[in-house]
Design a protein around this ligand. Structure first.
Ligand code: CTP
Ligand code: MG
Length: 228
């Protein structure tokens, strides 16, 4: 079996409050999208990468000519973009090939962590995601602001990407969740909903998702340059 990459990069970045979608903001000499792609491309075992882009964004042209990279139009929600990219991969790949889904907005991913995830998945045969143990004390709160309880953080992990699953199973799970009206914010949620086992592989807290302007400064620090 082979391994492929899928990069959802079709969001608008509302929370970043910038004048362009955050995946095209430049940090340390390259866009967030290019940093994310560079880390995936550093893994020789990844056969090709399908990037879901906003069809009317001319900036997607920055990817033209990149070896092993293709683009396809994304959708309204992140899950729609991932599903569109999986469908675009299907003519090239087999259903039991593995797919690594990685957010364009996680530019600080270390290729060594991607490889660790791949080794873990290929040896166990179960799909998995990078995740980090929660360090904060987490409160469950009702709509009136009253604390109901404190959750046991030993069982709580923050989901990251990449998330690695079999192409056919993931496409089926995402399509099924959509049909059932179940909102999923990552691939693992769809796989859990469909009843597949999902494992966590410890990742690094450096692999942050760039969501707000402050995150951009942190990413710039980790990537070794200034935010522009
Ligand atoms: N994404 C996508 N298609 C969408 C929405 C999101 O491909 N319809 C991608 C984003 O480009 C990003 C990743 O999914 O790389 C994670 O989503 P998020 O951080 O929520 O990005 P945005 O949706 O762009 O940001 P916001 O929610 O603040 O608008
Ligand atoms: Mg979003």
């Amino acid at each position: 079996v082979q391994c492929w990459g899928v990069v959802p990069a079709a969001g608008v970045g509302v929370r970043m409050l910038a004048t362009r979608p955050k995946q095209y903001l430049e940090v340390a000499g390259a866009s967030l999208l290019r940093h994310s792609l560079r880390a995936l491309l550093a893994c020789d075992d990844i056969r090709g990468i399908m990037v879901a882009v906003s069809p009317d964004d001319p900036r997607a042209a920055e990817l033209a000519g990149l070896a092993r990279v293709q683009t396809t139009p994304g959708g309204a929600q992140r899950a729609d973009s991932v599903l569109a990219a999986l469908h675009a991969l299907q003519p090239l790949a087999a259903d039991d090939d593995w797919v690594l889904v990685h957010d364009a907005a996680r530019p600080c991913i270390d290729p060594a962590d991607i490889r660790r995830l791949m080794v873990q998945v290929e040896s166990s045969g179960s799909g998995a995601l990078l995740a980090e143990p929660v360090v904060d004390t987490i409160k469950q709160v009702d709509s009136a602001g009253r604390v109901e309880k404190t959750l046991d953080r030993r069982h709580l992990w923050r989901a990251q990407t990449p998330q690695m699953f079999r192409l056919g199973e993931l496409a089926g799970a995402l399509a099924g969740a959509r049909q059932a009206g179940v909102e999923v914010t990552d691939e693992a949620s769809a796989m859990e909903w469909a009843g597949y086992p999902v494992m966590v592989v410890p990742g690094s807290s450096r692999n942050l998702k760039v969501t707000t302007p402050g995150d951009l400064e942190v990413a710039a620090f980790y990537l070794g340059g200034d935010a522009a």
